[in-house]
Design a protein around this ligand. Structure first.
Ligand code: SF4
Length: 320
């Protein structure tokens, strides 16, 4: 039994959705179908090259999620052109956000970043850029340049987080702590730039209370978008080596649905969800294997929310 007296729908969710969907937000904001074009601008990562650390985050294998149209070495404009042609044909997308995804996409001096970011606007239907990066790699000059760009374009900075618990961040070799992420959030806030974050649910050492504590920690702090991933063990990573040496429990599909739904219930309804689960190419994945397609998982989450008569933010804010 749910204790809340609220009845659905409680919040401004579009189309009767039970969570605040990033896709629906884009559609409403731009009045058409908007797709992301992933590009690889050839960056490295300070957590790999020794600037911050070596070896990278223990779960990270960027090759596991890079689309075929994003090829490091090709000019960004060429990748944009190719990606847009594909998305126009496959999904009838009309507007595009160029997503600088692999590795750390602010890891260069500003004078090197500017031409890369500017070349994203090679097609007039590109309405903005999204930049995936680390919280220890967003210096003031870069944010000031993006702030200026955001006056005329849709600009998102994704500050990787993964967990708000320092013990976890150390254990997965992130090379920064939660306070570093909070500083980056403060530096980026209030400047017309949309701010995103990623969290991983399902570290075997994090308790349910710690996971729900993450929902609370990223609520009410001005975060615009959130991507949630379930913990994947991907081949050719430190985590894979740990898993093969000493297997640890990974979430089954039903267990993940339970955890995700509780997380959503405790999350600020103003945070838009860009992703609800992780995706890795099957041949790269050591586990968990759910034997389900992306569409089946998405449908399963929506069905479970409806079956439980619940929604994002149902338990937010938590009673004190
Ligand atoms: S997850 Fe991001 S920050 Fe971590 S090693 Fe990979 S590219 Fe670097």
């Amino acid at each position: 039994m749910h204790s809340s007296p609220q009845s659905f729908p409680p919040g401004p969710f579009r189309g009767g959705s039970r969570y605040n969907s990033y896709g629906a937000f884009l559609k409403e904001k731009f009045g058409c179908r908007v797709s992301k074009v992933v590009v690889d601008a050839g960056f490295s990562c300070p957590n790999r090259d020794g600037t911050v650390g070596v070896g990278g985050c223990s779960y990270c294998n960027n090759e596991a999620f890079r689309p075929a149209t994003a090829t490091s070495g090709d000019p960004v404009a060429r990748q944009v052109e190719r990606g847009i042609a594909y998305l126009r044909q496959r999904y009838r997308a009309q507007k595009f956000i160029v997503y600088f995804q692999p590795f750390t996409n602010t890891f260069a001096p500003l004078e090197k970043l500017i031409p890369l970011y500017e070349s994203a606007f090679a097609d007039p239907d590109v309405i903005g850029i999204a930049i995936g990066t680390r919280p220890d790699c967003v210096e003031e000059d870069k944010i000031a340049w993006l702030e200026n760009l955001a006056r005329t374009h849709f600009v998102t900075v994704e500050l990787g987080l993964e967990s708000v618990h320092d013990q976890t961040l150390a254990r997965i070799n992130r090379g920064h702590d939660y306070e570093c992420w909070r500083r980056a959030l403060r530096r980026t806030s209030g400047r017309g730039i949309y701010i995103g974050a990623h969290l991983i649910l399902g570290f075997p050492w994090e308790s349910r209370a710690e996971v729900l504590g993450m929902a609370e920690a990223v609520s009410g702090i001005g975060l615009d978008f959130l991507k949630l991933h379930h913990l994947h063990v991907v081949r050719n990573t430190a985590l894979a080596r740990q898993f093969l040496n000493q297997p640890f429990p990974l979430l089954g599909y039903g267990q993940y649905l339970d955890l995700l739904i509780e997380f959503l219930e405790h999350l600020d309804p103003a945070v838009r969800l860009e992703r609800l689960f992780g995706l890795t190419q099957e041949e790269q994945l050591l586990g968990p294997h759910w034997g389900k397609t992306k569409a089946e998982i998405q449908h399963g989450i929506e069905h479970a929310l409806a079956a439980r008569a619940t929604w994002q933010g149902r338990c937010y804010p938590a009673p004190r």
